[in-house]
Write a protein that binds this ligand. Structure first.
Ligand code: ARG
Length: 595
C-alpha cells in the first residue's frame, strides 16, 4: 500500500501542477500542531518568493483547488501561508480497511522492497568458554531486531554469530586443563586412534577454567608462554589439541544456543573466527601481489588513511612480525569468505562503538584491496554502553561482571512476584503459566528498555523503570495488547463473530487519532529499517498504545448498543492488536494472553 503521507502529497502535487506551480513545493508533513490540523503543507511560503506574491494568497488559491477533494474533511489557508489539512474520515477508514485486508499476510499494508537484497548481519559476537555477560546483550538484541525488520521488508537476511573461537583463550584453557588432568589422551603425543567422544568437562567447569587460567597467565610469565605455545600448536595441527578444541566449541556452543534461545535470538550461521583461517594465506598473498601490503617495523600492514581524514587513521595490520594473524586478519578473511559464499549487497556489523576506528580500518582495507566489490556496502552499527544507575558500566551489586543469565533470572523473578501480587482471587493463573508469562514480560522489559534508546547512545539500565507496567516500557506495551485481547475474547464469548469486520468512519477525536496512528505503520517500518533504528519502532509502538488506551477510556465498546458501530470498534481493536503484535515481533519479543 502506498503510504498515507505519500497519497496526500500526491494529491497536493496534482493540485500544484493544475495551478501551474512546480510540484516540488507540494510536500506534506504530519502536523506539528495536532490541535489545529492533522497534516500540513508549507510549500506556499517558498512558492510565494518565487512567484513574488503574498504567501497567503497562494495558500488560498491552493486551498480552493483541493477543498472539494474526497481526501479531505477540512482545508484551510492560515497566515502567513500555511495549508492546514484534516483527512476525511471516510478516506481514512478506507485506508484502514485495506490494511485489515492485508492482515492475513501479516504485512498490514507494508510493501516488500522493490529490489530485495542479501544482507549479512554480524551480531552476537560471543567468545567461546566465556559466559555471556551484559556486554553481549545489546549486540544480540539490536542485531536480532534489525534482522527481523529486513526480513519483514522482503530481504534475505543472514545472521552470523561470529564466534570468538580462535584466540589465546583457547590456549589458556588447554594449558589449564593439561595442568589439572595431564593423564588425558589429548596430551599424550603417542596417542593413536580416535579420542573420546565425551568432553572432559562440563560448561560449568569450562567457565571456571577460563578465568582461572587467565588470572594465572597475568601473574605468571611462564604460564602465559605455555598458553601462547599451546595456541600456536593448536593452530598448527596438534591433533590432541584440535580434538580438545572441538569439545570446547561443542560444549560452549550448546550453552550459548540455550542462552540465545531464552533471549529469542537466533542465528542462520554459527561461523567463528576459526572458519576464516583457511582464507588467510591466499588473502595475504593477494595483498602483497597487489602492492597493497608492505613491511613496516617487521609487521605486514596496509595503509588506509585518506586525504580528507580529520584525524590520523593508522595502517591496518595484517600480520605481526612473527607472522601471527590478528583480529583484523580474521575479520578481513571472514569478509573474503562471506563474499565467496553469499555475495551480499551489504554486511552490517552490530558491535560496541568503541570498535569504530578498528572497523574503519578493516572496511577501508577491504575496499582498497578489492576484497569487497564497490557495490557491496560495509556498515558499522556501533552501540553505546549499558550503564548502571550510577552512570558506570552495569555491574553486579558486588562490582563483578553480571552474567546475562542472572540478569534475566532476576528480572523474571521480579515479574513473577508482580503477577502473583496482581492476581484477582477468582482468576488465579496456574504456577507454570505464571512463570512462563513472567519470562515473557521480563524479556519485553529488557529488550524494549534497550531498543527504545538510540543504539549509538549509552543508556542507563534501570530495572525498576523497565519493569514498570506504566510509562514507556515493554510491560506497558504488553499490558495494552493483553487489554485488547481480553476485550476481543469477551466479544467472542458473547456469541459474536470476529472475522470480516472492517473499521468504519471515526466517531470521536480519540478514535480518529487512533486510526491516524495505525495508518503510519508502513512508513514507520520502512524508515526504521532505512535508518537501522529499532528505537523508531519503539516510539511508534508507544504512541500507538497510548492512542489505544485513550480511545479505550473514552469509549464504551462491549456495552455499545449500535451493532454496526460496535463491529467497527472491534475491527479497530483487532487491527491495533495486529499492528502492535507485528511491531513487537519485529523488535524480538511477544505478548502473553493474560498477565
Ligand atoms: N568477539 C568480539 C568481542 O567480544 C566481537 C566480535 C564482533 N564482530 C566482528 N566481526 N569482529 O569483542
Amino acid at each position: 500500500m502506498k503510504k498515507l503521507l505519500d497519497q496526500i502529497t500526491q494529491t497536493m502535487e496534482d493540485a500544484f501542477e493544475a495551478l501551474g506551480f512546480e510540484k516540488k513545493f507540494a510536500r506534506v508533513t504530519v502536523s506539528n500542531r495536532p490541535d489545529l490540523c492533522e497534516f500540513q503543507c508549507n510549500g506556499a511560503m517558498a512558492l510565494a518568493k518565487q512567484e513574488k506574491k503574498a504567501p497567503i494568497d497562494i495558500a488560498e488559491q491552493i486551498a480552493e483547488q483541493i477543498r472539494e477533494h474526497a481526501m479531505f474533511e477540512e482545508v484551510s489557508a492560515v497566515k502567513p501561508g500555511f495549508l492546514n489539512l484534516k483527512l476525511a474520515k471516510k478516506y481514512l477508514a478506507e485506508y484502514l480497511k485495506e490494511m485489515s485486508m492485508d492482515a492475513e499476510s501479516g504485512k498490514y499494508g507494508c510493501e516488500r522492497v522493490e529490489k530485495p537484497q542479501t544482507i549479512m548481519i554480524d551480531y552476537g559476537g560471543p567468545n567461546v568458554a566465556k559466559p555471556l555477560h551484559v556486554g553481549h546483550l545489546r549486540s544480540a538484541v539490536i542485531g536480532e531486531s534489525i534482522k527481523r525488520m529486513g526480513i519483514f521488508l522482503g530481504n534475505t537476511m543472514i545472521g552470523d554469530v561470529h564466534l570468538g573461537d580462535w584466540g589465546l583463550q583457547m590456549g589458556l584453557i588447554i594449558t589449564e586443563l593439561k595442568f589439572r588432568k595431564p593423564q588425558l589422551p589429548y596430551f599424550n603425543s603417542a596417542h593413536v586412534g580416535e579420542y573420546p567422544e565425551e568432553p572432559p568437562f562440563t560448561i560449568a567447569e569450562l567457565e571456571e577454567i577460563y578465568p582461572t587460567a587467565s588470572k594465572k597467565s597475568k601473574e605468571d610469565e611462564r604460564y602465559k608462554e605455555k598458553a601462547m605455545q599451546a595456541t600456536y600448536d593448536l593452530q598448527h595441527g596438534n591433533k590432541g589439541y584440535q580434538a580438545l578444541w572441538n569439545h570446547i566449541i561443542k560444549v560452549s556452543v550448546d550453552d550459548l544456543k540455550k542462552n540465545y534461545k531464552k533471549l529469542n535470538v537466533s542465528f542462520e550461521l554459527w561461523k567463528g573466527e576459526s572458519d576464516a583461517q583457511p582464507y588467510i594465506p591466499e588473502m595475504v598473498r593477494r595483498m602483497k601481489d597487489g602492492g597493497y601490503a608492505y613491511i613496516s617495523e617487521g609487521a605486514l600492514v596496509v595503509d588506509v588513511k585518506e586525504e580528507t581524514d580529520a584525524k590520523e587513521i593508522p595502517p591496518c595490520m595484517i600480520l605481526k612480525s612473527d607472522g601471527a594473524s590478528l583480529y583484523n586478519t580474521t575479520d578481513l578473511a571472514t569478509i573474503v569468505q562471506r563474499m565467496e559464499a553469499f555475495h551480499p549487497n551489504q554486511i552490517i556489523y552490530v558491535v560496541d562503538k568503541r570498535q569504530d576506528l578498528y572497523f574503519t580500518q578493516v572496511f577501508r582495507c577491504a575496499k582498497k584491496t578489492g576484497i569487497v566489490s564497490e557495490d557491496t556496502q560495509l556498515y558499522f552499527l556501533g552501540f553505546g554502553t549499558m550503564n548502571g544507575k550510577d552512570g558506570k558500566p552495569f555491574k553486579t551489586r558486588d562490582g563483578g561482571v553480571m552474567r546475562l543469565e542472572s540478569l534475566l533470572t532476576d528480572i523474571e523473578t521480579t515479574m513473577y512476584e508482580k503477577i502473583v501480587a496482581n492476581q484477582k482471587e477468582n482468576q488465579q493463573m496456574d504456577d507454570e503459566l505464571a512463570r512462563q508469562t513472567a519470562a515473557q514480560i521480563a524479556l519485553s522489559a529488557v529488550k524494549y528498555g534497550d531498543l527504545s534508546n538510540q543504539a549509538s547512545k549509552d543508556y542507563i539500565f534501570d530495572v525498576d523503570r523497565f519493569t514498570s507496567f506504566e510509562g514507556n516500557t515493554g510491560p506497558y506495551i504488553l499490558y495494552t495488547i493483553v487489554r485488547i485481547k481480553s476485550i476481543l475474547n469477551k466479544y467472542e464469548q458473547a456469541g459474536n463473530e470476529r472475522k470480516n469486520l472492517y473499521v468504519g468512519e471515526a466517531h470521536s477525536e480519540s478514535e480518529k487519532a487512533l486510526q491516524l496512528e495505525l495508518a503510519r505503520f508502513n512508513g514507520i517500518i520502512e524508515s526504521a529499517f532505512a535508518e537501522l533504528a529499532p528505537h523508531r519502532i519503539c516510539a511508534y509502538v508507544y504512541d500507538l498504545a497510548n492512542a489505544l488506551n485513550h480511545f479505550y477510556h473514552e469509549t464504551k465498546i462491549l456495552s455499545e448498543e449500535d451493532v454496526a458501530l460496535q463491529k467497527s470498534y472491534i475491527a479497530l481493536l483487532e487491527l491495533t492488536r495486529g499492528v502492535l503484535e507485528t511491531c513487537i515481533d519485529v523488535l524480538g519479543f511477544s505478548a502473553p494472553e493474560r498477565m
